[in-house]
Design a protein around this ligand. Structure first.
Ligand code: RB5
Length: 142
């Protein structure tokens, strides 16, 4: 199960990402926002982060205008490694090296075609499990 959430700036892209996940046959849970009305990104970043941190969902996707505010918010939740990606190289590397459990996207920065490729790369790339990466991740955690 993939947790997904956005503020108003990411709402339209969230709809496209959910449609894409559906086409791929992947289950997701939408934590809002549910319209383009102005709202506060920390609410949605935290909701998705908590769903991932508690194990309710395996991974998360969060979207705001830049991807910055919502990723900062998600990263305040213990156990969360949210990575803001605007390219496929970063999406692959953050899964392999950081075992990132949330992907953040900036809807006003990254076009929908590239965003969907980044989503696929993030979801389809496993953590390398290399000892040096495990060690570094353990140094990040609280
Ligand atoms: C909302 O206008 C905008 O500030 C938000 O989507 C995001 O970019 C914040 O980091």
């Amino acid at each position: 199960m993939i947790a997904i959430g956005s503020d108003h700036g990411g709402f339209a892209l969230k709809q496209e990402v959910m449609e894409h996940l559906k086409k791929r046959g992947l289950d997701y849970k939408d934590f809002g926002t549910y319209s383009e009305a102005s709202c506060d990104y920390p609410v949605y970043g935290r909701a998705v982060a908590k769903a991932v941190a508690t194990g309710e969902c395996e991974k998360g996707i969060i979207i705001c205008g830049t991807g910055i505010g919502i990723s900062i918010s998600a990263n305040k939740v213990p156990g969360i490694r949210a990575a803001l990606c605007g390219d496929c190289f970063s999406a692959k590397a953050t899964r392999e090296h950081n075992d990132a459990n949330i992907l953040a996207l900036g809807a006003r920065v990254t076009g929908p075609g590239l965003a969907l490729m980044i989503v696929d790369t993030f979801l389809d790339t496993p953590f390398s499990g290399d000892e040096r990466h495990v060690r570094r991740i353990s140094l990040i955690e609280e």
